[in-house]
Ligand binder design. Sequence first.
Ligand code: 13P
Length: 251
Amino acid sequence: MPTSMVAGNWKMNTTLAQAVELAAGVRDGAGSLAGVDIVLCPPHISLQAVAEAVRGSAVKVGAQNMHFETTGAFTGEISSAMLKEVGCTYVILGHSERRHLFGEAETMINKKVHAAISGGLLPILCVGELLGQREAGETEAVIERQLQEGLSQVGVEKMAAVTIAYEPCWAIGTGKTAAPQQAQEVHAFIRKTLEGLYGRSLAQESRIQYGGSANPGNAAELLEQPDVDGLLVGGASLKGKDFLAIVDAAG
Ligand code: 13P
């Protein structure tokens, strides 16, 4: 089993001062929590300060997005090298908010996955169905396509750098968590799909996180599922105490 990972996606919810304070609290509280990879994903503008705040601790830093080109005329965008330079280890790619609010398509997300790995970052590739797709019985087809297209031309060696996050869109920020059994069913399907693409051993070692209204009250039950290897936490990661309680549940 892979080591479990709990990542906090702060989205566009922290100022610089709030981000540094939150990061320092997680750093101090995480000291005694072993066996879990902890990642904080603040807004881009706070990445460097958060990386400095957690330097020397086990807490890692991730970005919420990046561009697929390395340099050039791409107003408003940020490259993998820039993220590395300020202390990022991870980068979230294909988050449902990027897909559905900003129109990111599979081909773009796939380019980002390649660029992140080439740039020495570890991508957290998000997949997940919309409510209507679930109700229409399309969940597996949607997830399979997102995996196939998002990971197109990503070979076995590169794939070792990738974490998958299953984030059902209907559970994000809604307070409606997927039932542990629902999450497990999709996670098992993701692992089976990875096995088809990459073989059994890589599929077994791949880390598959769940995200969508995870909180201290439901974390343990979700993490007990055999194919849930960690959590990608939004709202509850904005409160240091709650985030640390979730990390504790993963340990
Ligand atoms: P919530 O935990 O707020 O539902 O957000 C989940 C998420 O989108 C993490 O990336």
